[in-house]
Design a protein around this ligand. Structure first.
Ligand code: TXD
Length: 311
């Protein structure tokens, strides 16, 4: 059985473990700083396995030694912004948490592929790559699958067509400036722009951009975790099964799309080697402007990180 370690056994981390165990994709190790909580969740999940007939072993721990020889490490550890906490304070705190998680797991799993979820996502993926000094193929950020899935869900709600027929591509940074590509999106091959009126499409694009906030407002405490965790399950499956799946993820840019030394949401091919290829889309002028705006915003957060953390 493959092994996946999930650092941060909060809502997203434990729900990812739940989906992964249910699919019998890997043995799972949940790591958290809170004493007892990961152990309790791991044991509870392990006790569900006989009922569904899955032999995935699930454990929770506070000790990184248990993560030894993981094929994949998923990092969801972090804190949410509290009242009075500045963006830079959040950045510094999460950078310390993610940096430590990455280095500790790397010690025990030198060949692992890292999937990062902690926010600010693009910058935490950048930090993970810089701290671990791993090649870019082995550090991937999760955002685009989620943002695209939100858009697909909204199109399905609007049209009544199966979600399986709906293909949407949301690229760019994981923030309000994300880039929903309506020109590349389609329903069973029919361009979305032909299927839906401009008004309806614009409403869907706006709702997608604010998709994370919509859930935060409804939940009152915490943020989305079902769709985010399912997105990292899709990534893990594509890697473990060497699927060569093309999905939008945050990847390290080394000249692609005119961007350098930053993480950004682009279509990538996921396989056994991790992020095996960056797929290059052609953009029209309008798309280029949206892309550049989003890149500038991500770059700003990267620069803020560089002034706070030395690596
Ligand atoms: O699409 C995406 N990228 C995202 C990102 C979608 C959903 C969640 N996203 C981000 O993931 C979110 O903004 C947060 O930065 C993380 C985790 O979100 P989650 O909703 O799972 O937060 P929780 O429930 O608070 O869980 C965080 C856990 C919690 O149990 C802490 O005790 C733990 O992280 N934590 C740590 N674990 C290990 N080591 C350290 N140092 C540590 N510090 C906190």
């Amino acid at each position: 059985m493959n092994k996946i370690s999930i650092i941060g056994a909060g809502m997203t981390g434990s729900t990812a473990a739940h989906w992964l165990a249910e699919r019998e994709l890997a043995d799972l190790v949940l790591v958290d700083v809170v004493e007892g909580m990961p152990q309790g969740k791991g044991l509870d999940m392990a006790e569900a396995m006989p009922i569904i007939g899955r032999d995935a072993k699930v454990i929770g721990t506070n000790d990184y030694a248990a993560t030894r020889d993981s094929e994949i490490v998923i990092i969801t550890a972090g804190v949410a912004r509290k009242p009075g906490m500045s963006r830079d304070d959040l950045l510094k705190t999460n950078a310390e948490i993610v940096g430590k998680a990455a280095l500790e797991t790397l010690k025990h799993s030198p060949n692992a592929i890292f999937v990062v979820l902690t926010n600010p996502l693009d910058t935490m993926a950048y930090l993970t790559m810089k701290m671990t000094k791993l090649p870019r193929e082995r550090v991937i950020g999760q955002a685009g699958i989620l943002d695209s899935a939100r858009m697909r869900a909204f199109v399905a709600m609007e049209t009544g067509v199966s979600v399986e027929n709906i293909h949407c591509y949301v690229l760019g940074g994981h923030g309000d400036e994300m880039v929903p590509l309506t020109r590349h999106s389609n329903i069973a091959g029919i361009p979305l722009r032909e299927y839906l009126s401009a008004d309806k499409l614009e409403a869907i694009v706006n709702r997608t951009r604010k998709g994370g906030g919509e859930i935060v407002n409804l939940l009152k405490t915490g943020s989305a975790y079902y769709a985010p965790s399912m997105a990292c399950v899709q990534m893990a499956e594509a890697i473990l099964k060497d699927k060569k799946l093309i999905v939008p993820c945050a990847a390290y840019m080394d000249g692609e799309y005119g961007l350098k030394d930053m993480y950004f949401g682009v279509p990538v091919m996921l396989g056994g080697g991790g992020m095996e290829r960056i797929i290059q889309y052609d953009f029209d002028e309008e798309e280029k402007v949206m892309f550049a705006k989003s890149a500038a915003s991500v770059k700003e957060t990267h620069e803020a990180l560089k002034s706070l953390v030395k690596f």
